[in-house]
Design a protein around this ligand. Structure first.
Ligand code: SF4
Ligand code: SF4
Length: 450
């Protein structure tokens, strides 16, 4: 073992089949551009973002990585870690993505419905992207038709519902109605929810979670008590919303629901978010169903907005990485897992089998672009397939893509304003990839080597 490569995570089987063994091994070779290296106590970890294979090169072999020869060279070449100098790796990665998409087209039924029960909200956050909307709320009659639409379009297969808003719980009777109708019809569904958490109820948390088959919810906290209550500015007078929401998070976690706390920040509230991080670590210590993550408020790309300076971007990305590290150390966060299957689409908008249903039954591509990209209605016989195809259009690559190790898994849609790339964001993503590699290695050691 000491002199052998160790496979920590095997390559994506489909990618391996498509690529076969490395090409052109008789001539000179170079390292793949899609490679991450991470030194660890036991040697060097090598990770390919193309095949998704994670290898440990044991310490005894690490010096040989300077100029791999013999069996080591052959092993690394056959696994696409070493490639011929002239290989067009970008073309190869795009071919893999296109072929995967052809081999595994979207399901012909709908696998996920994001349902906006209402666009109204009981909070009044200044940053809310929906602030300019006129509130629309789903009626019970529409809810019945939504449930029937789900039954008809999921064709007996399991599906996911994501409750969204506005604040979805402002119109929870629609959630109750849809879930009851689906359950009575024997549908196999589960749900998640993006909520501010105020209207959850500790008394009924377990029953509600069971009725909605709720497995996960995301709740935003933008600061500690004083800041939160001021920013959220709930419509209810005289209630300590912060304390109430914390209590509701405990209740949902105890009911078996995974709660992801999202902390929105920019430079203006960074110190508050640092303090909130410490408070949450204390509050939820030992609660396995609760975690938290800091999210940088969107940098908008619309005409007329000024891009952030490199200094601002760097400061925000650095702060995010620091907050992530603190949450991990405090038991309230962990690095993302490495993917086991190569991406061939980005998200629900280009998935081809996921839709968003608006309060009046209109159907959109994703919850955040719902009014711009409508593709049908629950009463219409079909969806606008041309619009669905158009949603798959990619942004042009940027010069920095040429040497980016994230390239094989980086899909940026032309329609999405959230997918800006700049050197600071890329550096942060690369660091997070390294964190994930380390995390996978620690898991592997714990499970396999002990
Ligand atoms: S868009 Fe950014 S992260 Fe994606 S491949 Fe290009 S440089 Fe890398
Ligand atoms: S906001 Fe962008 S990334 Fe998110 S689902 Fe919509 S299109 Fe996809």
């Amino acid at each position: 073992m000491e002199n052998e490569l160790q496979v920590v995570i095997p390559a994506d089987r489909r990618v391996k089949l498509l690529l076969g063994k490395g090409r052109g091994g008789d001539g000179p070779l170079r390292w793949s551009s899609f490679l991450f290296r991470l030194p660890v106590e036991e040697g060097m970890l090598l990770y390919s973002t193309l095949t998704l294979e994670l290898l440990l090169v044991p310490t005894a072999l690490v010096p040989a990585l300077e100029a791999p020869a013999g069996a080591l060279r052959e092993a690394l070449h056959s696994r696409w870690f070493l490639v011929p100098p002239a290989l067009d790796e970008h073309g190869l990665a795009l071919d893999v993505r296109r072929t995967l998409r052809l081999l595994e087209p979207p399901a012909p039924w709908i696998t996920k419905y994001t349902v906006l029960t209402t666009t109204a909200c009981n909070a009044r956050c200044a940053y809310c992207f929906e602030e300019h909307w006129s509130p629309r709320t789903m009626s019970l009659e529409t809810a019945d038709r939504v449930a029937d639409y789900m039954l008809a379009h999921s064709e007996g297969h399991p599906f996911q519902i994501d409750w969204f808003g506005g604040e979805p719980l402002v119109n929870r009777r629609v959630m109750d109605r849809i879930c009851t109708r689906l359950s009575e019809a024997g549908a196999d569904f589960r749900s998640g929810m993006t909520t501010n958490g105020y209207l959850l109820d500790p008394e009924t948390a377990a029953a509600d979670a069971a009725l909605w088959r709720l497995k996960a919810c995301q709740i935003t906290l933008d600061g500690r008590e004083e800041a939160y209550n001021r920013i959220k500015n709930f419509i209810y007078p005289g209630v300590n919303a912060y304390r109430r929401v914390l209590g509701n998070i405990h209740a949902m976690a105890a009911a078996g629901v995974s709660v992801a706390i999202r902390m929105n920040f920019d430079l203006s509230n960074l110190e508050e978010i640092r303090l909130l991080t410490e408070e949450l670590i204390e509050e939820f210590r030992g609660e396995a169903n609760v975690d938290a993550s800091p999210i940088i408020l969107y940098e908008h790309e619309e005409p007329g907005t000024t891009p952030w300076s490199p200094e601002t971007r760097r400061a925000l990305q650095t702060a995010r990485l620091e907050l992530l590290a603190r949450l991990e150390a405090g038991g309230l966060g962990r690095p993302g897992r490495l993917p086991r299957a190569q991406f061939c689409h980005m998200c629900m908008a280009d998935s081809g089998d996921k839709i968003t249903i608006l309060p009046d039954g209109e159907i959109g591509l994703c919850e955040q672009h719902n009014q711009k990209h409508l593709i049908g209605h629950i009463d219409s016989p079909g969806l606008d397939e041309a619009a669905r195809q158009a949603a798959c259009a990619l942004r042009p690559e940027i010069p920095a893509c040429a040497d980016c190790p994230l390239y094989p898994g980086c899909i940026r849609l032309a329609l999405c304003r959230n997918q800006i790339c700049h050197p600071q964001r890329r550096a942060s993503r690369e660091q997070q990839k390294l964190n994930s590699i380390r995390y996978e290695w620690e898991n592997y050691k714990r499970k396999v080597l002990t």
